[in-house]
Write a protein that binds this ligand. Structure first.
Ligand code: GRF
Length: 271
């Protein structure tokens, strides 16, 4: 992450149709475009089958956020290669998983994660910081880009920016993040590098509920990965990511089926 990290339209899941996904997309585009500060540079809101370019639609209020709820609609935020997204997409085709990725939102264009989403027919939105006058405008646009897909749960899967207060307030206790270290040790953008530099014998990954801190929210699940004598940042990270993908899919699926309860520092799946 940077500086360190990380309703009612069920037809938004796939493809382009006039009343469902396409309507949501045009509404997302309209909302984002309304906040653009740089003329001529518009965040892209596309599906695998084309671009949404217009459509005056009103914003809808966010649903209230009970402490426990099921999480069928998943919006996934990405910044990079998207192997975690890939794992979620592989899982969501199975109805037993309980959740479905209804949209993918990125802060960067031209990343592999977007290609993966488009290939799966999942709507995508790009909300790049450079397209906005300041961080507050970007925060607002990011929030709307996710909100328009009415997520029950937002999954930060390799999203390398901190989400701001508007985003946290909108999706209170409904955002999870995955981190490639055993928190609370080694938070931030370089968790693997920092753990190696410290000289740990065991590292791993954590899935947490996102709060206002840097990788500081309540921990949902963790799994250890041993450090090998010849490990460098890349080799250790790749081994962690194998475990991380499985853990993330497991946690998200369980939340989708059973709900999520957050009580101060403690989070648990189910009621
Ligand atoms: C993951 O290890 C995540 O924890 C970290 O960046 C990596 C993203 O991987 N923040 P990918 O983009 O899902 O392949």
């Amino acid at each position: 992450m940077e500086p360190a990290g990380a309703s009612d339209s069920p037809s938004a899941g796939r493809g382009r149709s006039s009343g469902g996904a396409y309507g949501l997309l045009t509404r997302a585009f309209s909302l984002i475009r309304g906040r653009l500060a740089v003329p001529g540079r518009v965040p892209r809101v596309t599906t695998g089958s084309g671009s949404a370019t217009s459509g005056p639609h009103a914003a809808q209020p966010a649903a209230p956020t009970p402490a426990t709820r099921s999480a069928g609609r998943l919006v996934v935020l990405v910044s990079g290669t998207g192997t975690n997204l890939e794992a979620l997409l592989a899982a969501h085709d199975d109805e037993a998983f309980g959740g479905r990725v209804v949209a993918v939102v990125s802060d960067r264009p031209d990343i592999r994660a977007l290609d993966i989403a488009r290939a799966a027919g999942v709507p995508t939105a790009v909300v790049a910081l450079r397209d906005f006058a300041d961080r507050a405008a970007w925060d607002a646009a990011l929030t709307e880009a996710a909100a328009v897909f009415s997520p029950d749960l937002v999954v930060l899967a390799g999203f390398m920016k901190l989400v701001g207060r508007p985003f946290l307030d909108r999706f209170d206790n409904r955002i999870v993040n995955t981190h490639p270290a055993l928190l609370p040790s080694f938070p931030g953008a370089h968790g693997v590098r920092d753990a190696l530099a410290y000289g740990v014998a065991v590292s791993g990954c954590s899935v947490i509920v996102v709060d206002g801190g840097v990788d500081a929210g309540p921990i949902l699940a963790q799994e250890a990965v041993p450090v090998l004598p010849d490990d460098d940042e890349s080799s250790l990270h790749e081994r962690i990511k194998v475990v991380e993908r499985r853990l993330l899919v497991d946690v998200v699926g369980r939340i989708a089926r059973e709900g999520l309860t957050v009580d101060g520092r403690h989070a648990r799946i189910g009621g």
